[in-house]
Design a protein around this ligand. Structure first.
Ligand SMILES: O=C(O)CCC(=O)C(=O)O
Ligand SMILES: [Fe+2]
Length: 396
């Protein structure tokens, strides 16, 4: 695949030139409309860990209504959260040439010979840069990223881990282990809510140290015309659950209500609304249910559609996605399938689903829809394969 010429344009540099170029400007009917204010639910995970039934009820209600919630009681030192956001800001403020050392565009002969092309570079998702650009028609999001696989530790690709600022890599290591503990605690509580042993989901996703997790640092540069662009287009997350650390001062994340099987972009359903998720100045985290949990729970838990709008101020976030072990079967848990509630999703390999995300995202579709994972939809994409079938080629 030839690297698209827009792939090399960092939004941070584009932003410095003024109004967004046409590549970023949404069609009129897709532009962000004003969002509503509503209180996002909050769950204290220390109480969940202590089996507090009232807190479990709060979690159940948050999952049924929102698919996301703010988390307190996570035990992560505020100084750690502040330090990693400060270090993230320092990274994105480095001069371009310093960040380019970690570019997501790599020499095309670095891994294989399939990707030879004119400009001798190929895109792969890890590292620093913009999301994958496939076509001239694709409307680009107003953000730059640093994307790193964090777990399993022996699969880290260290060449993409910044050594500047010097504390960023160590902070990420520390933060991601602690946020993994939060994710595990929530998976246990989610199992109990459905009346299962608390290890129900944890066992299905695999060995804790082999579960892939990915950190995505996102930088949304200030925008002269926030009414015309998305920071991040509407999507659901490719994860079992996602743990987010949001900018402390600047909001922008919005979640679509009500939860449901809505098309991601365009086609606004009657009555659907966007609700602002405020900036979290008090060291709360945010947890979002991902597509893989929606599949495993046979839609007992739904992944919320969310997006990011931008403003005249820069904003950043750090998101960690937790996924099942790649060779595992991803499917509705048998215990959640019966005559009244038949399986809504086909079985596929976790890796196939994870890899499908980038193709789907570039088109503004949900991975579940792009891979035709819903029962009743025909093959196509990479969906519906057997757990041990060969995996799709990532990012091909
Ligand atoms: O920046 C944010 O607040 C959200 C980012 C997000 O949704 C994502 O990276 O999937
Ligand atoms: Fe997301």
């Amino acid at each position: 695949m030839v690297v698209h010429q827009a792939q090399e344009h960092l939004v941070q540099e584009v932003a410095a030139d003024g109004s967004p170029p046409s590549r970023y400007v949404l069609r009129e009917h897709d532009r962000p409309t004003p969002a509503t204010n509503a209180a996002i639910p909050t769950v204290d995970v220390s109480r969940l860990a202590a089996n507090d039934p009232d807190e479990a009820e709060k979690l159940r209600s948050a999952l049924n209504t929102w698919g996301l919630f703010a988390v307190t009681g996570h035990g992560m030192p505020g100084e750690l959260l502040d330090a990693i956001l400060d270090s993230t800001r320092a990274f994105f403020h480095l001069p371009t040439h310093a960040k380019h050392k970690y570019s997501n565009l790599v020499p095309s002969d670095s891994d294989d010979s399939h990707n030879n092309n004119n400009n001798n570079k190929k895109f792969q998702p890890e590292g620093y840069g913009v999301d994958r650009v496939d076509t001239d028609e694709q409307i680009l999001d107003w953000c730059d990223r640093l994307y790193l696989q964090v777990q399993p530790e022996d699969e880290r690709r260290r060449q993409f881990w910044p050594t500047e600022p010097p504390n960023l890599a160590g902070l990420l290591h520390d933060y991601s282990l602690k946020s993994q503990a939060v994710a595990q605690l929530i998976l246990r509580a989610m199992a109990r809510i459905l009346g299962f042993e608390e290890s129900f989901f944890v066992d299905k996703v695999g060995d804790e140290s082999r579960m892939p997790s990915y950190a995505r640092f996102t930088y949304y540069p200030p925008c002269a015309r926030p009414d015309l662009v998305y920071g991040l287009k509407p999507h659901t997350d490719n994860s079992v659950v996602t743990v987010l650390l949001l900018d402390k001062r600047v909001g922008g994340l919005q979640v679509r209500q009500p939860l449901g099987d809505l098309a991601v972009a365009g086609e606004e359903e009657e009555g659907a609304r966007w609700v602002d998720v405020p900036a979290m100045g008090g060291h709360e985290l945010l947890v979002v249910v991902g597509d893989e949990m929606e599949i495993m729970s046979n839609a007992a838990f739904r992944a919320p559609v969310h997006r990011v709008v931008v403003s005249a101020e820069e904003r950043m976030s750090l998101v960690v996605f937790y996924q099942p072990e790649p060779h595992r079967a991803l499917e509705p848990a048998r215990e959640l399938v019966d005559e009244e509630r038949p399986a809504r999703y086909k079985t596929l390999q976790a890796k196939t689903f994870a890899d499908g995300f980038w193709d789907a995202f570039a088109l503004g579709e949900r991975t579940i829809d792009f891979l035709k994972v819903k029962v009743g939809e025909d093959g196509g994409g990479g969906g519906g394969d057997q757990p041990n079938a060969p995996a799709a080629v990532p990012g091909a």
